[in-house]
Design a protein around this ligand. Sequence first.
Ligand code: ADP
Length: 304
Amino acid sequence: MSEGQTNPGDPEENTEPMESEKKIRERNPITRPAAEGREQGSKPQQEGSGVVGMSVRDLNAYYGSFKAVSDVSMEIQANKVTAMIGPSGCGKSTYIRCLNRMHEVISGAYAEGEVTLGDQDIYAKDADPVIIRRRVGMVFQKPNPFSKSIYDNVVWGAKINGFRGDTDELVERSLKQAALWDEVKDRLKESGYSLSGGQQQRLCIARTLAVEPEVILMDEPASALDPVSTQKIEDTMDDLKKSYTVVIVTHNMQQAARISDFTGFFYIENQGDPGRLWEFDETEKMFSNPDRKETEDYVTGRFG
Ligand code: ADP
């Protein structure tokens, strides 16, 4: 993610989306627990779970006239962790921001191609980006808690989306899913800023989960964290994928190997070219017997 990019849901930094989210709240109140009763029109892709995957076809992403990502097609499986790896500048962050229409919030940036979330074409003319971003939540590289209490950080997004249930229960459930509950349960009224960097990042994960998305995008969520916090975030993955579809960008190959089911390798063959999805397969194959030489060179640490 670009330095300084803000979360469009941050009440301090960007108030514009709140306007439209108020309208959405009237149409789409959230009253259900996660992974149940998903948005109408989204067909579950995995029997029984109610969690949807995503399908990407011929995706191109631009910053003005600069093409950053070219021709990506990928099936993102429901209830799995899909990791994006590759050298810096190959378009991984740009790509995942196209999965919830965050890319286009950058002036001059746009995407072409087809991205579906269950049955919903997220770039359809009538698709509301605010609803898409609620269904496909995002955790950024740098923890960005709001200047509010731990409790209010968790409930804020859910409240503006019309959550009418038990907020105590929502806070406890979300913090437990983010593996933070035990550390903060006695200090929920303290500021989110009072937490360590690793705890703040788990708070941001809890905040994302509280909005009850179907897919969670994580852009290098542990890159700025100490090993213990990194481990805690990795530990949440197995639980998270029971209820969500997870897509993560990581520069840490061991992390991708440990936590993901599928891995996509992004690569630029010639300087000046856009980034391409060079190889995409089950993580085990990508790290043991990839089809392409560049993938093998990268995962064995020969460059990158
Ligand atoms: P990665 O995540 O693999 O490091 P990025 O998606 O951040 O790659 O960047 C892909 C390309 O897009 C790079 O050439 C980068 O310089 C460019 N880029 C990223 N963000 C912007 C931006 N806000 N404006 C213009 N170009 C950008």
